[in-house]
Ligand binder design. Sequence first.
Ligand SMILES: Cc1ncc(COP(=O)(O)O)c(C=O)c1O
Length: 396
Amino acid sequence: MLSDIVTENAPLQAPTSVESVSRPIGEPRKKIYLANPIIDAEMKAAALSALENEMMVMGESVFKFEEEFAQYCGTKYAVSTASGTAALSITLQALNIGHGNEVITTPFSFIATANSIVHAGADPIFADVEESGINLSPSATRAKIGSKTRALMPVHLYGHPSRVDEFRDLATEAGINMIEDACQAHGAEFKGRKVGSIGDAGCFSFYPAKNMTVGGDGGMITTNNEELADAARSIRDCGRDKNSKYYHGRIGFTSRLNTVNAAIGRVQLRRLDAWNEARRRLSQRYRKELENVRDIVLPPRDGSMEKAVYHLFVIRTRLRDQVKNRLADNRIEAGIHYPRPIHLQAPYRQMFGYTEGMFPLSESLSSDVLSLPMFPTLTEDDVVRVCETLKHSLAS
Ligand SMILES: Cc1ncc(COP(=O)(O)O)c(C=O)c1O
């Protein structure tokens, strides 16, 4: 993922493709990045002001950001953390989920989803994705629920909401918890409710390429459960007891969000809805340009219940490498999220004995997904250029 971080100041390189060399020498085409985080003057001023006027750790901006994020998601509480991984792992620990327990999740996600379960001391149990979708399948999940299962962890992948109502029903029926991995879905909705407000807790990441960032790593837990919120606040802060500096009721971590980052996050949050609308508009343009193109499958469309926020715009094509290379030749960055499902990553093979063929739908996605440029300041002309290049690459 680190390679996905891009800046507006990346140096221009000479064009290399057949199409580009026909342009006048000295006029290379603008590079189109996969993602492009925005840090504007107001965010810089907020960061500087926080640095000069507040405590660097647990300053006022941290608490204001938490309050505003909870309000945005429609939950009573929000607890900030140092990363999305920490948010997920701390949530599990706050729910007393650990050694001897199992948590069911998808193998088709960023590896941090499953890592958070291992960090908490529990075992990740995978269930495959939906037949013609990208998110965890409720029926495959039901089949994996057993006596050791303590939680379900669906992921709203690429900003597309999971079937959270079905997971909530499954969890209620089994008397276990449901935690939404909303790390890629800030502002997405299911049945008119923001993701992160439907399960026992929602967990967000503010890594720079996400729909909103804090100008570095950061995370957030959203919940309506006061006990969970209190426990999470303690765990992220060395296991401190409420309001007492050197009394510790549990073994915790140093996993707080820095004040400067919270100050940036507060400004970013105010921009989030407009940015998400831009992502949705750009995704419509992609669909229009690509709807009748053979050899590609477009991302799932919103049903009547979902509102996706297109963290990524991901197509499927068997000609992925050919397309990706041609795009790169034309100074267009594309990505693969993710080329290897989690169960086939080395530690998961070694620690849990997972092997090829166990989750065929996830494995198939890994072999043909391709992420096209998507960020709020991408222009419709950029989208047309990406699509034209993509169509040429399929024809060649
Ligand atoms: C689905 C998903 N879960 C968890 C994480 C972990 O978040 P972080 O990188 O902030 O630890 C990410 C971040 O990339 C993610 O995409």
